[in-house]
Design a protein around this ligand. Structure first.
Ligand code: 13P
Ligand code: SF4
Length: 333
């Protein structure tokens, strides 16, 4: 396999233009151009597609990925892909979800240590104990979870469909409550919207739990008129202090539609970078917090993964069927 990088000047100009608001051409040429060229060629040679979560850095998000989105969109679009290889530029649970939906394809993640504090907060045994404590109450599990936890689940949800799924699960079971795990804040925020009681688990996103309503108040003073958009993994008082809350895709759509002069995205930092490129009329003010797991995914890592076909995601067969069913039930709602 020939790995010597090359991009035509026209192609390099076009690719750079997708991140031109965020970095200089010199920076792009020096740090990214060779790896981008190699990755684009490797994608063709391997018949591979790259899925990128909205928290990926701009050079991954804009320059090499084929499909971008929130967890829900990535799971949906991962179905029925023609490619032989799917590389997930995102964290491990996202790659695992893609593998569940594509058991016969090679699904790669460039750094299998790219975890998630939510996924790591709960085990299958914990879920079995919750079910024993609350017989007959359906289990709704956030996709930010392991396959073994999904296998103990009635139906999965993402931040993009949590409201719908919560209502559906309670309706199907004929209950006024659901077990909603592992994100305590997401469960509380969605329960407030639906009026359905949530039995929760004390899992938190280490990125979103750090935001406070005080920070938002301070930013409103510093930037009068700023529109505050928060991810539902934030603590409920932060959501109350925001103007809008939704999944990363909902946040993107909200900014595109509302076109605020100034916006504060209460979420991971790369969202503001990626959106600044797409929404030149909006000034994005901080704070933001970095997700250390998402940041394990780099261009160099992706290039290496496609060169070596490492690391393929595997799911023990005894878990895969049940875990897949909980994801498929979600996609059917
Ligand atoms: P979204 O599904 O909204 O993209 O969120 C995934 C995630 O991990 C947010 O921290
Ligand atoms: Fe997990 Fe939070 Fe990182 Fe999302 S931002 S992957 S929820 S740790």
């Amino acid at each position: 396999m020939d790995n010597s990088p090359s991009l035509s000047p026209q192609e390099a100009d076009r690719l750079y233009s997708t991140v031109a608001r965020l970095m200089t051409r010199e920076h792009w040429d020096t740090h990214f151009r060779d790896d981008i060229a190699a990755i684009l060629r490797l994608k063709k040679e391997r018949n591979a597609v790259i899925l990128a979560h909205n928290y990926q850095t701009p050079e991954i998000f804009h320059c090499i990925s084929d499909i971008q989105g929130d967890s829900l969109a990535l799971a949906r679009k991962a179905q029925g892909l023609e490619a032989d290889v799917i590389l997930m530029a995102g964290v491990h649970f996202m790659a695992e979800t893609v593998k569940l939906l594509n058991p016969d394809k090679t699904v790669l993640i460039s750094d299998p240590k790219a975890g998630c504090s939510l996924a790591e907060s709960i085990t299958a045994e914990n879920v079995r104990a919750l079910k024993a404590q609350h017989p007959g109450v359906p289990v709704v599990t956030y996709v930010n979870s392991s396959a073994e936890v999904k296998a103990e689940t009635d139906i999965c949800c993402t931040s993009g469909n949590a409201k719908r799924v919560m209502k559906h699960a309670a309706e199907q079971a004929g209950t006024d409550s659901v077990i909603m795990i592992p994100d305590e804040f997401l469960a509380a925020n969605i329960s407030k919207e639906t009026g359905i009681k949530a039995i929760t688990w004390p899992g938190h996103c280490e990125v979103h739990e750090q935001f406070t309503p005080r920070q938002i108040k301070q930013y409103r003073v510093m930037h009068p008129g700023v529109v505050v958009v928060a991810h539902p993994e934030c603590p409920p008082p932060v959501i109350e202090a925001a103007d809008f809350s939704g999944s990363t895709a909902d946040m993107i759509n909200f900014i595109a539609q509302e076109k605020p002069e100034k916006a504060l995205l209460v979420t991971e930092c790369s969202m503001s970078d990626n959106l600044a490129q797409l929404n030149p009329g909006t000034e994005f003010v901080r704070p933001c917090n970095l997700c250390p797991h998402m940041k394990r995914i780099t261009l160099k890592g992706i290039r290496h993964a496609l060169e070596t076909m490492q690391t393929p995601v595997t799911i023990p067969p005894h878990l895969a069927e049940k875990a897949r069913a909980s994801v498929e039930r979600m996609l059917a709602v």
